[in-house]
Design a protein around this ligand. Structure first.
Ligand code: DGJ
Length: 741
């Protein structure tokens, strides 16, 4: 890995074994973009890649020179109003009302490693040799604003991390009304735009369309990254598949409002922008003040989508997630939510925990309803002390009983919310986000606390920390069950109201940072009505997240498959729940529910006491299986084999680092009468190893399994097999392959 600077031509070339990222100082002093893709040879002058040519009717920078037009030039930090009519990366509103700016190169420095982003989640290094960072010092001398543009190239993989810090060194306060984290101008538009979108209970479905002239975008203006759109987008060549082809993935390490867009201009250039959503953002930059954008990460591959995902998995698992749990297999948990909802007593909970312990479950999680006057979702949020009518011995007493059974104890919080029927709201009615004189919109009967205010965050911190100090709590589920409305803080003046969305998220991050620092061994799982805030920002604090409130195995195939495009398997919260399923009212076999949940953190979301003896034996087997293979499933190399978005079957697999063991999950949604012969081509095995198949003891070499495939046909489909249960809808199988000899 190296960052080369050619003094004479003012060309920067960031490169490692996989990629090159090249840019240069333009004749007008701004930064121009030249290339991002597979590694290419270095040379002194890459100026021809700018492809400047006189274009009719263009706005040109230099009088008499028709070739240099910002309209057509690929740039690094473009602004609007000096010839470029595309969406800009930055907009600075100055005292005289002007929004024109132009950031010119001043100097740069290169350092090994990667600096932290104060107050913000970001990828990191543990050893300075893992990455190099280039900082470009750019300035607009009229406004007196400087921009430090950070580019980190990692030694391994095709990954570049970017962010920008704006500093007011001038003599007038200004307002940042747009501060995107990443701009990438690509020289063509031959891409499919792939996004991960949906809605509550249907998160991160893969949607793809061809780029075309104009703007295509996803984003959130809900205050959370949202169920609707994930801050992850892929641009892939139309013929790119899982195993081959070029793709660039863009991920935004942020949990609030975001925008990711691709703009194709009339000459088929594509501009990608990633950053805080400018429609809900303004930031006052007073004299000497600075503003740091969140980080955007982009990764290039020419080896297909699986390879791209693996790059993100590795980075996010090892150099974004942090702390005690980062490298540890995750405890198998039981959560009481779908078992009891609000209807529980201490005895009922202990009864559930005891049965779970008997089956081998390691962690009991008490969900919503244990605090304040919380007997329904109308009251209690904000009063983070145990309801003694329900839990006579408080959380301390319950945690002791659970520990006494031999399990760890986990607890649900929804720190950012308040019900009006709560002591917290009665004491501090001004602590919610609200616009004076206007009605408050509610969601799930609750209101959003003003986390832009330090005293609000302090108060919640103290309540939560008190419980964690007193009781033996090993796990926290941090929920967030509504998006933000009336985003107005009574603590800030009129000019700063555009800052509140961002300040809110900074408050969330601050609370996470304080809690994870004081209680480093507590495992945090994020949740926002399921997958409403499943993003890399939160992953920095909580190494796993509840992927969706939809626990139906068939629905989960799509949700987890889509999620796996960016996020590591160790981060995907996935449980076995009861049938008929509470969201879909569908009956799926117990083994299929587990076979889907294995590719995640794994747990149960039901009362095991209600299962038959036969089912309990099956559950015991599932837990024993997960304990044996969770290290491989959660931390092995993951491959998607068949997409649930494309057909009736899905398959995926995880392979151990030494390639000696693999676990393949195969799933068929609807049964087929006298169906076709089916097989699935495996990935990542060693062609030379002979593997024994756990399903039937058959032995096959890796090269055969990867080229002919693993046979998944039911020879018996359509008739009752002898001495076997008939195949049904929602069938699935787990194949464990072990290298022998
Ligand atoms: C939404 C979560 O996604 C559920 O798992 C559960 O924790 C409820 N909130 C509790 O209110």
């Amino acid at each position: 890995m190296s960052i080369i600077f050619h003094e004479k031509t003012k060309v920067f070339h960031l490169q490692n074994n996989a990629i090159s990222y090249i840019m240069m100082v333009l004749p007008n002093g701004q930064m121009g973009h030249l290339y991002f893709g597979k590694k290419i040879h270095d040379r002194e002058d890459f100026g021809d890649l700018l492809e400047t040519a006189p274009r009719p009717m263009s706005s040109c920078t230099f009088e008499g020179n028709k070739s240099f037009s910002l309209e057509h030039i690929k740039q690094e930090l473009p602004s609007y109003g000096t010839g470029d009519y595309r969406s800009p990366a930055v907009e600075v509103r100055q005292e005289n009302g002007s929004r024109i700016s132009s950031f010119q190169y001043h100097s740069h420095h290169v350092g090994s490693g990667k600096p932290k982003l104060p107050g913000l989640p970001a990828t990191y290094v543990e050893d300075k040799a893992e990455a190099e960072t280039l900082v470009l010092d750019l300035y607009d001398d009229v406004a007196g604003i400087w921009a430090e543009a950070f580019y980190t190239i990692f030694a391994e993989g095709g990954v570049i991390a970017r962010s920008v810090r704006y500093i007011n060194k001038g003599s007038q306060p200004v307002q940042l009304s747009r501060a995107m984290s990443l701009c990438l101008d690509l020289p063509d538009c031959e891409y499919d735009w792939v996004q991960f979108s949906g809605v509550w209970a249907r998160e991160r479905h893969l949607k793809s369309r061809r780029l075309t002239m104009g703007i295509q975008s996803v984003g959130s203006m809900r205050g959370n990254s949202s169920h609707e759109h994930n801050p992850f987008v892929i641009l892939k060549r139309p013929d790119t598949g899982e195993r081959h082809g070029e793709a660039i993935g863009f991920s935004f390490v942020y949990s609030g409002n975001f925008l990711m867009q691709a703009e194709v201009d009339g000459h088929d250039n594509t501009r990608v922008l990633v950053g805080i959503h400018p429609d809900t953002f303004e930031w006052q930059l007073g004299l000497k003040e600075s503003f740091q954008t969140p980080e955007a990460v982009m990764a290039y591959t020419d080896l297909g989508l699986n390879h791209l995902s693996q790059a993100f998995h590795k980075l996010f698992q090892k150099r974004l997630a942090r702390g005690y749990w980062r490298d540890r297999v995750r405890p198998i948990l039981i959560n009481n939510w779908e078992a009891t909802y609000f209807d529980f007593t201490e005895e009922k909970l202990v009864h559930i925990a005891e049965k779970a312990k008997e089956c081998g479950v390691e962690l009991f999680v008490l969900d919503d309803g244990w605090f304040g006057a919380r007997s329904s979702d109308h009251a209690g949020l904000g009063d983070w002390a145990a309801n003694k009518e329900r839990l006579a011995n408080g959380i301390t007493g319950l945690a002791e009983r659970i520990e006494g059974i031999g399990m760890k104890f986990g607890l649900w919080f929804e720190p950012e919310m308040v019900n009006k029927d709560s002591d917290l709201y009665r004491s501090h009615p001004d602590w919610i986000l609200q616009v004076p004189g206007r009605p408050n919109t509610h969601g799930r009967n609750q209101f959003v606390l003003d986390f832009s205010r330090a005293e609000v965050v302090d108060c919640i911190y103290e309540m939560m920390a008190k419980i964690l100090r007193e009781a033996k709590v090993s796990y926290i589920k941090w929920d967030m069950n509504r998006s933000i409305t009336e985003c107005f803080s009574q603590a800030y003046g009129p000019k700063q109201q555009g800052e509140i969305f961002h300040r809110y998220i900074l408050g969330v991050y601050d609370l996470y940072e304080r809690l994870t620092s004081e209680f480093p061994e507590v495992l945090f799982e994020s949740c926002a009505s399921g997958g409403g805030r499943f993003d890399p920002g939160i992953l920095y604090y909580a190494p796993q997240g509840w992927a969706s409130d939809n626990s139906d195995a068939v629905e989960r195939m799509k949700i987890q498959y889509g999620t796996s495009m960016c996020y590591p398997i160790s981060s995907i919260g996935s449980h076995v729940s009861v049938v008929p399923n509470h969201q879909m009212f569908r009956n799926t076999p117990l083994h299929t529910r587990a076979n889907v949940a294995y590719f995640g953190t794994f747990g149960y979301e039901l009362d095991l006491n209600k299962l038959t003896e036969e089912e309990i034996e099956e559950v015991k087997g599932q837990i024993a299986f997960m304990k044996e293979y969770r290290s491989l499933l959660q931390f092995g190399t993951f491959y998607r084999l068949k997409s649930p978005f494309e057909g009736n079957e899905m398959a995926w697999m995880a392979v151990s680092e030494d390639k000696k063991t693999a676990v393949v999950g195969w799933y068929r949604i609807l049964n087929a009468v006298n169906g076709a012969f089916t097989r699935v081509k495996l990935e990542g095995l060693c062609g030379e190893f002979c593997y024994e198949n756990s399903q039937d003891g058959s032995k096959h070499y890796g090269d055969e399994l990867m080229n002919f495939g693993l046979i998944t046909s039911d020879a018996t489909a359509g008739q009752q097999p002898e001495n076997q249960a008939p195949c049904t809808d929602y069938e699935s199988r787990i194949y464990v392959l072990k290298a022998i000899g």
